[in-house]
Design a protein around this ligand. Structure first.
Ligand code: GLV
Ligand code: GLV
Length: 325
């Protein structure tokens, strides 16, 4: 008999077809968001789960799902999964790294450019029928070329973002838990490692791309925002919670920084409504990895992990090898 799995969110039909070769599937193509209790009920008798960041996998859930052996997250970030609890319950967990690096780096640039050059604000003006003449000082933004790009979090996506700055003749500064190798720094447009404080005070444009954890909660709060230049652009393509959104709204309102481009929010999809009252923000609904090719690759990657894990092979992106022994 094939093992039973739950695919907790809607996904490409091709991915479901592939999973069906190996598993009995319970699917959710209506894409309902399950409460924790509903998720436990749906997981009854299931050995595997394919989920996204909307599913919280913690000890409370795992204590009620004794047959569960593997959780495959369709995301590179896995802050929705308590890895220690998974290991304690001998449940393997996996993510989808690498396949989204270049697409996410592209999007960080799209968001930075839209924010620094005020593209969405200008488009709203045009669509509202307010454009009646060209003016020398309409929508003046900040240049990217020749500017100093700061990157907080210099993993594989951060390095891909940095590399793209070569064409803009930018100087790259970064801060990270650990310093990159000289080879990695050279790949990343000769990025220079600096303290967080120096990064904040010197960046013309600051991109956040670090994982979310208790240690990075509100890594950018009121004190950090105060260190940024009044002309600075802030871009968050990492996770909600890395920025203190209330502090950011206050800084944007008082023009303590110029503008912010945000793809992620505290409490998303319910963002702080004050963001909607600000002109100096570009807001997108967590779509940095959303190219057609990359979302397919992420779905395939999550499926590959689940198929391996439940057929006695090592999942290619196993996060807690201790759980598979
Ligand atoms: C993916 O990261 C999600 O939030 O569902
Ligand atoms: C998306 O946010 C991801 O972590 O893949």
């Amino acid at each position: 008999m094939k093992p039973a799995i739950l695919v907790a969110r809607a996904i490409f039909p091709q991915t479901l077809a592939r999973l069906a070769e190996h598993f009995e599937l319970e699917t959710n193509q209506d894409d309902l968001i399950f409460t924790p209790q509903e998720l436990v009920a749906k997981l009854h008798g299931k050995q595997g789960l394919l989920c996204t960041g909307s599913a919280r996998i913690d000890a409370q859930l795992l204590a009620q799902t004794p047959r569960l052996k593997m959780v495959a997250n369709m995301a590179v970030g896995y802050d929705n999964i308590d890895l220690a609890a998974c290991t304690q319950f001998q449940v393997m967990a996996s993510n989808t790294p690498d396949v989204l690096n270049q697409t996410t780096a592209d999007f960080a640039w799209a968001l930075l450019m839209a924010t620094a050059r005020r593209i969405t604000e200008a488009e709203h003006y045009l669509r509202a029928g307010k454009w009646d003449k060209w003016s020398y000082d309409a929508f003046l933004g900040a240049d990217l070329h020749g500017a100093t790009l700061g990157i907080l979090g210099m993993g594989r996506i951060g390095q891909a973002i940095a590399r793209r700055s070569m064409g803009f003749d930018m100087q790259v500064l970064y801060h990270n838990r650990s310093r990159l190798s000289p080879e990695q720094e050279s790949y990343a447009n000769n990025a220079q490692y600096v303290s967080k404080q120096e990064l904040l005070s010197r960046a013309d444009h600051l991109i956040l791309i670090l994982p979310y954890s208790a240690a990075t909660h509100h890594a950018i709060g009121a004190a950090e925002l105060a260190m940024l230049r009044p002309s600075a652009t802030l871009v968050n393509v990492a996770r909600g919670g890395i920025v203190d959104d209330a502090a950011l709204i206050a800084a944007l309102r008082q023009n303590k920084i110029a503008a912010a481009g945000l793809d992620v929010f505290e409490g998303e999809p319910n963002l702080n409504p004050d963001f909607l009252t600000l002109k100096n923000v570009v807001l997108t609904p967590h779509i940095a990895s959303a190219s057609a090719a990359t979302r397919r690759a992420m779905a395939n990657c999550a499926a590959d992990n689940l198929i391996a894990g439940l057929t006695h092979q090592r999942p290619p992106h196993l996060l807690n090898p201790e759980a598979s022994s």
